[in-house]
Design a protein around this ligand. Sequence first.
Ligand SMILES: [Zn+2]
Ligand SMILES: [Zn+2]
Length: 308
Amino acid sequence: MRVHLCGVRGSTPAPGVEFLRYGGHTSSVAISHDDAARPALVLDAGTGLRQVTALLGGDPFTGTILLTHLHWDHVHGLPFFQGGDRDDARVTLLLPAQESGETAAAALARGMSPPHFPIGPEGLRGDWTFGSLPPGPLKAEGFTVEAREVPHKGGRTYGYRVSDGHSVLTYIPDHCPTVLGPGPDGLGEYHPAALDLAAGTDLLIHDAFLLAPEVPAEAAFGHAAAEYAAGLGTRAGARRVALAHHKPGRTDDELDELARRFAGGGPAAPGAPRQPGTSGVPEIFVAAEAGHGVPEIFVAAEGGILDL
Ligand SMILES: [Zn+2]
Ligand SMILES: [Zn+2]
């Protein structure tokens, strides 16, 4: 499968010269079956969803959008998705089944309808279907998907494991593992849902909103540290880990520094293999090198294309 990183910023878009290289669009990842196919499955509809239109080559979007949850940075791109908001589009949008029993369209409309926004979900052009997704397996656009609930803050949140029968992508952009306890390193529990979603995956795209020193003061906002993302990937036997959902104020230079700590590479070289034992690599990975190997860890940059 081919994975397009269309938005890797968390919370709110980050325009400005300090954010050009890693990008300012919020959460959205588009998946196609191969390098020739149009994206048919999209994970999250942050402002990065606007970037998906350019991948469609002028065609309408016909496919499925899976939302991890309904926070603004995961839905605000919906009414600006030109490839989906046209008469010949066909879109199935699925979101976590709400504990209140509210329908998908009604839950979405609470944040997208007058007076908050000029139109509601039903105002989108084309053939849109809105549905609620229980945790568990589903088939979508030729992919097999597993949805599992993960702790976050303020509304039910899923992580997704997407397989095409050949390779596996795991997507957990918003995750607050400290809700379940401090875990072995104080960064949160390595709990079964996260480990199952990431087990042996080819690529884990994970919340790296925080850095470890920020966890004590800021984990209560609902996010994970980059070091946790790397630790999860290591424990789960992931092949690669993309640190994502960057804090809006995290500049390119700061993300370069994060990339150097983990991999010695910046956004231009996400495929470069990490040299085990490189100085500055967190202790956890050195320790893991005796185990089932260390994933390649890189900092996700908008516009990135990964073939799995
Ligand atoms: Zn988010
Ligand atoms: Zn969120």
